[in-house]
Write a protein that binds this ligand. Structure first.
Ligand code: ATP
Length: 353
């Protein structure tokens, strides 16, 4: 059994089944993100692990013990919320030491743990300040220190960065990941921000309508999305409709172009329609030996995004986006022009519904 094992977890609110047969094995020290759009059930899963929400059915094992019927304070977890949720009338040091005081830890032990935690979050000089004297990012670091001070077995983070501005979000997410690695603490991080999940997770669980659609490393989720939902939710991509010619050999037709996919089109027969996806970086106006596939389309828009130029073309009613690295010597295509763009057949992703 893994360190944190979630089995057949379900949550029903009245007529709504918001979490459906959710299963997940998390290794000790792993950083897992629950990623999905608003309302998909990720916070409900996290709250059930924390014990703030009772599970309708299923089991949650932490270090071999089923805690599903235990109260939050009996589970040995630390949690950080979206809103900083610090006690406004307590100093930073008092906030960080709060969980230890509640547990009846001796004053001298609390003082040394608070010093250690403030050092860990880089706020050693701020122990006597009050929350209102700190920036949003600093307050969230204090919330993290408060959650970690009692040395929980599992750290739960519920969109801890969403109230912060863009720059702080990026630096704080890196800091959280560093602290998590340093302590080796098993962590579940809830976010609806795909870039955030891709950048800091060991593995990502993509959730959709209460179900874990796919579990995998950031690399797998981005490069090998299992479903249409995962493919469209994570990153930008273009969908192309294709007709199967020969399922076993992976031969399909996109418009008038025949291509052979890297894998057989299992579960389909000749004549079936299938969905293929392409990432913008997989397409190029330049033909090379590796890029054997081609689509022809009419340029709809050309957007300069700084490091890349994103062009959208209409391929028989499908809008296909592709990126070219910015190069002052490069002449971008013009709206209305008909162009060919090339791709490696192995970059075509076959996605199921
Ligand atoms: P968000 O990012 O918006 O928080 P989420 O993916 O975390 O979304 P949840 O908060 O887990 O989603 O909610 C999942 C579904 O359960 C939603 O449809 C929500 O309205 C519903 N829900 C959550 N809590 C309750 C509750 N206490 N009573 C009834 N329905 C609830």
């Amino acid at each position: 059994m893994a360190f944190l094992e979630i089995e057949h977890l379900e949550k029903v609110f009245g007529p709504l089944r918001v979490v459906k047969d959710f299963n997940l094995s998390i290794q000790k020290g792993e950083f897992i993100s629950l990623l999905g759009p608003s309302g998909c059930g990720k916070t409900t899963v996290l709250r059930m692990v924390a014990g703030f929400e009772t599970a309708t059915s299923g089991a949650i094992h932490i270090d071999g013990k089923n805690v599903v019927d235990k109260r939050p304070n009996q589970r040995n977890i630390g949690m950080v919320f979206q809103a900083y949720a610090l006690f406004p009338n307590m100093t930073v040091a008092e906030n960080v030491g709060f969980g230890l005081k509640v547990k009846g830890v001796a004053g001298s032990e609390i003082a040394s743990r608070v010093t250690e935690m403030l050092k860990l979050i880089g706020l050693s000089e701020h122990g006597s300040r009050y929350p209102f004297q700190l920036s949003g990012g600093q307050q969230q670091r204090v919330a993290l220190a408060r959650a970690l001070a009692p040395r929980p077995q599992v750290l739960l983070l519920d969109e801890p960065l969403s109230a912060l501005d863009a720059k702080i979000r990026v630096s704080l997410r890196e800091e959280i990941r560093e602290i998590q690695k340093k302590l080796g603490i098993t962590t579940i991080f809830v976010t609806h921000d795909q870039e955030e999940a891709l950048s800091i997770s060991d593995r990502i669980v993509v959730m959709h309508q209460g179900i874990a659609d796919q579990v995998g490393s950031p690399f797998e989720i981005y490069n090998r999305p299992a479903t249409k939902f995962v493919a469209t939710f994570v990153g930008t991509l273009s969908m192309l409709e294709a007709t199967v010619i020969d399922a076993a050999s992976g031969k399909v037709k996109i418009g008038e172009t025949e291509v052979t996919l890297a894998e057989p089109v299992t579960g389909h027969k000749a004549g079936d329609k299938v969905s293929l996806a392409l990432r913008p970086e997989a397409l190029s106006m330049e033909k090379t030996q590796a890029r054997e596939g081609k689509v022809r389309g009419v340029v709809q828009s050309v957007n300069f995004l700084g490091s890349v130029i994103r062009t959208k073309i209409d391929v028989a009613g499908n809008i296909v986006s592709f990126d070219m690295f910015n190069n002052p010597a490069y002449k971008p295509p013009v709206v209305g022009e008909t162009i060919d763009v090339w791709f490696a057949n192995s970059d075509l992703l076959l996605v199921r519904d």
